[in-house]
Ligand binder design. Structure first.
Ligand SMILES: [Zn+2]
Length: 293
């Protein structure tokens, strides 16, 4: 990856910015999205509590998916027995994201505590054409996305990882209030042969410094990635790479819907048949598909 020549271009919205610290032994990404996240969340019209956690899932999926070294898809799926049953955020390289949630409305209103109950978090990497999918599954930890992601990295990838996620509504002067989601991740690169004591020290120090990042900094669109990195790690050698532009796009198509229908039972098909047509809605983008029975 080439170090960024765009540093002074000041891109702040809908970007994932990769960076490294020290001698490349610690790598990271910063995610910040206003337009795209606001677009996805506004379109679904979910309760605010669901928006917050779906916005954070989008940040997580985008930061992990944008690290793929090949063309493919990264999906983070969370299933739980809590008020929110399902969260899916689907990232396709180089920068497309889509997401949706399922929840029990009455429980969301009544339950002010934990929205995710017991369940699991699955991370799936789809490399496309005839390649086997890779999937890592971990138990949900304390109904918390970040703790669950840590146990995923511990169980599946064994890469020391530290991350923060945030999503909230922000109102900028003269603009309508909008949803903004942000995140930052640090990972210690698994390069055992060359790992030095300094690299371990760097990891320990920089993860402590990362603890000082605030919720406001993560969702502040006026603060670009370079400035945030300077605030956090100014004493360390920071390299910023070309940012990845995020966009909201769904990859649904009639062909994909038709092949999905093959996995449905006769009864399922009966339930969604209207006047001889199977009617099915894409849960990601809300588009209706009609297929002749
Ligand atoms: Zn769609």
């Amino acid at each position: 990856m080439e170090p960024s020549k765009l540093i002074k271009e000041n891109i702040k919205d809908d970007v994932i910015t990769p960076f490294s610290l020290g001698r490349n032994s610690v790598r990271g990404r910063i995610f910040k999205s206003g337009n795209v996240v606001n677009n996805i969340l506004s379109q679904h019209e979910y309760p605010e509590k669901v928006n917050v956690i779906l916005g954070e899932t989008i940040a997580l999926s985008s930061m992990l998916g944008s690290a793929l070294k090949f063309d493919g898809k990264f999906t983070c799926q969370i299933n739980s027995d809590g008020p929110i049953n399902l969260l899916i955020a689907d990232f396709k390289t180089p920068g497309s994201i889509r997401a949706y949630a399922h929840f029990k409305e009455e429980k969301i209103i009544a339950d002010t505590r934990q929205l995710l109950g017991n369940g699991h978090m699955a991370m799936t990497i789809d490399q496309g054409h005839e390649m086997e999918n890779y999937q890592g599954i971990t138990q949900l930890k304390n109904g918390n996305l970040v703790s669950s992601a840590y146990s995923y990295f511990q169980d599946s990838e064994q890469i020391p990882t530290k991350l923060f996620l945030a999503c909230g509504k922000v109102k900028y002067y003269g603009q309508k209030e909008k949803w903004i989601s942000g995140g930052i991740i640090l990972q210690k690169m698994p390069n055992q042969d060359n790992q030095t004591i300094e690299d371990n020290d760097l990891w320990n120090t920089t993860t402590h410094l990362l603890d000082t990042v605030t919720y406001d900094e993560l969702i502040d669109l006026s603060l670009n990635a370079e400035d945030l990195l300077y605030r956090l790690f100014n004493e360390y050698d920071t390299t910023v790479y070309s940012p990845i532009k995020l966009k909201h796009s769904c990859q649904c198509s009639k062909n994909k819907i038709e092949s999905l229908l093959k996995s449905f039972t006769e009864d399922d098909i009966e339930d969604i048949t209207i006047d001889g047509n199977i009617v099915i809605k894409c849960e990601f983008c809300g588009k209706d598909y009609k297929v002749k029975r």
